[in-house]
Design a protein around this ligand. Sequence first.
Ligand code: C2E
Ligand code: CA
Ligand code: CA
Ligand code: CA
Length: 386
Amino acid sequence: ATVAVCDLDGFGTLNDRLGDERGDALLRAAAARITETFGADAFVARLLGDEFGLLLPGEDEALGERLVRAFRLPLRVDGHDLLVTVTVGVAAGRDEVVPDLLRRAELALKTAKRSGANRVQEHTPQLDSTAQHDADLAAALRRGLDRGEFRLVYQPIVKLPGGRITGVEALVRWHPEGGPPVSPADFIPVAEQTGMILDLGLWVIETACADAARWRQAYGTAAPRVNINVSARQLLDPDLPDQVASTMARYRLDPDKITLEITETAVFGGGVALNTVRELRELGVGVALDDFGTGQSSLTLLRTCPVTTLKVDKSFIDELNGTAEQEAIATSLSTIARTLGLRAVAEGVETKEQVVRLEALGYRYAQGYYFAKPGPAELIDVALEQ
Ligand code: C2E
Ligand code: CA
Ligand code: CA
Ligand code: CA
């Protein structure tokens, strides 16, 4: 048999616009479209939300593509033509029972949604082992947090010209007992998917605030501002602003000494995440848009999302001594920031030549290996005392 699970897109927003009744009508129209396309052989069931399951006898390799094609034409609902797109996970097998196929198709759909690029994803054994690997990693993360295996390192953010440290970015490190260190690029995505990021994120906020308070004690007004990365999942947690506020209060920290780094994709959809950002701003903490310029909505977002800092992505800084286009982009990003009264921080600066160009282009803040790699808090003390 072949099982497909398909998710309708553009549908959530349509549903809001249409109201529940028409939303139901749209779902019925979608179910009818599937039945029409596959005929009486197909068994169609509505799953959770706007997902449909489709069961066909035999192994049908083209099932996913056929589903996508079936939705090329708009659906007719209440006299309106509505276009929806579908993302599909497919699993086929000769002897497998339907629940197994359904589970695999769901896993394939999850993968398709995450990759964003594929509309259709076939289940492969590789997906099972990735899922298993992620589950193991999530369990190890939980144990690691309980055992205190995480550390924060800090990378200086410097003022241009001159290179004086004005801030630091906290970056988390994991040293599992008895194993090699694991890069945040590997464990942050898993921590996000499993919700572990909520507890890990709280630990990061707590630890970074403790270090910030110590620096404030030691250096007063010369203490660095502290940037803390906050993931999309954390912004969906309505408790986050209270948690940040109470941690800052406990350490008697000035809110303007703390900046939270968020990504465009986290706030792009508006909703809860954007609300959280607004509440955070009301507390007086800074909000930086990380990897700025790499998303699809960078400029539009600045109208709705109250940020204080733009962190211009390394990809724009990399080729500063290269093409005229690169320079034009880097220049306009700094101009936009200045015009809107925001700070622009150039990320991933690695060479002296880049620093010279950045200064010429009007950048006043920079961060990167050229100035310093991330290191333990004590190294920041050493640098500040020089
Ligand atoms: P990010 O926030 O964009 O952090 C910058 C990354 O670029 C860091 O990698 C940093 O070490 C690296 N970097 C800095 N300067 C240079 C340079 O000159 N050249 C090059 N090639 N790289 C440079 P890291 O520490 O491995 O962090 C990777 C990502 O993991 C971060 O990207 C961030 O998205 C995530 N992350 C790290 N710590 C946390 C955390 O505490 N919470 C959350 N939610 N995410 C975190
Ligand atoms: Ca959907
Ligand atoms: Ca960051
Ligand atoms: Ca970044």
